[in-house]
Each structure stands twice: as C-alpha cells, then as structure tokens.
Design a binder for this molecule. Structure first.
Ligand code: FES
Length: 78
C-alpha cells in the first residue's frame, strides 16, 4: 500500500492511495469520500482539514520544492 502526498505549488497537499485515515487530535476520523483528496495548507479553508479552494482567493504562496538529492546519490545513465 503506497500513499502519495503531493505538495501542490501554492496549493494544498494532494493525498492519494488506499486505506487512508485522517484523524483529529482525539483520534476521531474525518470521513474520506474520495481519493485523491486535498488537505488545506493555507489555513483559510472553511472545510479544514480539507481544501475548499480558498487558497486561490487568499493568493496563498508556498512554492517550496523538495531538495534535489546529493550529486553522489544520482545515478548516471549513458
Ligand atoms: S490549501 Fe486550499 S483552501 Fe487552504
């Protein structure tokens, strides 16, 4: 079972996979009705922890990309 969380540029975390649970601090589950689904990263959603598209209206900016692997770990193909 692989779960992928994709960090969208200036947007939410897009979560995809099977058997995913989103729980609150008490361990209570939020209903997941479909996959993939988006988790709010901007803090402006009215459906938190899920994204409702409000990041567009608030012009959310968070475009950090994952760092590239160190050169020594890159495979060279010819
Ligand atoms: S990231 Fe979409 S509403 Fe917050």
């Amino acid at each position: 079972m692989t779960v992928t969380i994709k960090v969208r540029q200036n947007g939410p975390y897009l979560v995809d996979g099977e058997d995913i649970k989103v729980v609150d601090w008490n361990g209570h589950e939020y209903p997941i009705t479909k996959t993939p689904f988006a988790l709010c990263r901007c803090g402006h959603s009215n459906k938190r922890p899920f994204c409702d598209g409000s990041h567009r209206a608030c012009a959310f900016e968070a475009s950090e990309a994952a760092p590239l692997p160190a050169e020594s770990t890159l495979r060279v193909t010819e």
